[in-house]
Write a protein that binds this ligand. Structure first.
Ligand code: PLP
Length: 285
């Protein structure tokens, strides 16, 4: 298994970083997860735009251009003969000793990337998932894809302990934001309602793709805040992420959503999503 470390393709076992890396000590860094279908990185440009934006917002310089990263990542995918899977890429601010909150300009960013095989699971997209609601007590820069994921981790584990698949987060009863590692949207009277892309959510690349496809197919969209009550009384609820695509939520806090099955608009959106993958990756799924 090959991985990328600071521009080099190396064996996984040989890839080492320093114990005083700021990513390890402070979570001082950013990351991306990119879906790969048939060896091709889906919506690569959008992921790179978000990566460089996150970097800018934390005053971190990525020492490679987008084209250089593309070359490095494809070299890794080829070496690992990855067909369907996922690329994880992270950039930390690098090694700085002694540990200090103040980062120094000479600290060199450390970039690593791994790949993992992950076949698509259309049956799971049809079956759907269960969720619990959980308080969103994260910081106020959720638009940055930061390595600091403690709030997300605690929420996801709260869901797991309750026997549910995902945690849907809310700031207060009137304000649902997103999930621990996905975005959430609701459908009411064939209108797709989802949180605006502000500082309180990560603007998912899948979310962006779904909104684009909804617009192209004349589905009404409202990017606005909605309440826990609206969430539970929606006709359909779905989560989205690079792995989930359009996955329906069939029950929340033990309460059934709609008729407890994937709804028609969620199914329709997933069809458009599949067509978009096929068009962009030159494959038939
Ligand atoms: C908090 C959060 N929101 C939303 C998403 C969905 O983003 P994407 O569609 O780019 O996978 C993720 C994915 O990691 C996430 O961690």
């Amino acid at each position: 298994m090959k991985v990328v470390l600071n521009g080099q393709l190396v064996e996984r076992e040989e890839a080492k970083v320093d114990i005083e890396d700021r990513g390890y000590q402070f979570g001082d860094g950013i990351y991306e997860g990119i879906r790969v279908y048939h060896g091709k990185m889906f919506t690569f440009d959008e992921h790179m735009a978000r990566l460089y934006r996150s970097a800018k917002l934390i005053d971190l310089e990525i020492p490679y251009t987008k084209d250089e990263l593309e070359e490095q990542l494809y070299a890794m995918l080829e070496a690992n003969q990855l067909d369907s899977g996922v690329v994880y890429l992270q950039v930390s601010r690098g090694t700085q000793a002694p540990r200090n909150h103040v980062y120094l300009p000479e600290t060199k960013a450390v970039l690593m990337a791994t790949s993992m095989a992950a076949p698509r699971d259309p049956a799971a997209f049809e079956k759907g998932i269960t969720a619990v609601t959980a308080v969103d007590d994260r910081w106020l820069h959720c638009d940055i894809k930061s390595l600091n994921l403690l709030g997300n981790i605690m929420a996801k584990n709260q869901a797991a302990k309750a026997g549910a698949d995902e945690a849907i987060l809310y700031r207060d009863e009137n304000h649902v934001t997103e999930c621990s590692h996905s975005n959430v949207s609701i459908i009411k009277d064939r209108t797709l309602i989802t949180h605006p892309a502000d500082n309180l959510i990560l603007n998912g690349i899948t979310r962006q793709t779904i909104l684009k496809l909804a617009k192209e197919n004349d589905i009404a969209i409202e990017e606005r805040i909605f309440s826990v009550d609206e969430l539970k009384n929606a006709d359909e609820v779905f989560i989205s992420s690079i792995m989930a695509e359009v996955t329906p939520v069939t029950a929340i806090d033990g309460e059934t959503i709609g008729d407890g099955k994937r709804g028609p608009l969620s199914a329709e959106l997933e069809e458009y999503f599949v067509a978009e993958i096929e068009k962009n990756c030159g494959i038939t799924l």
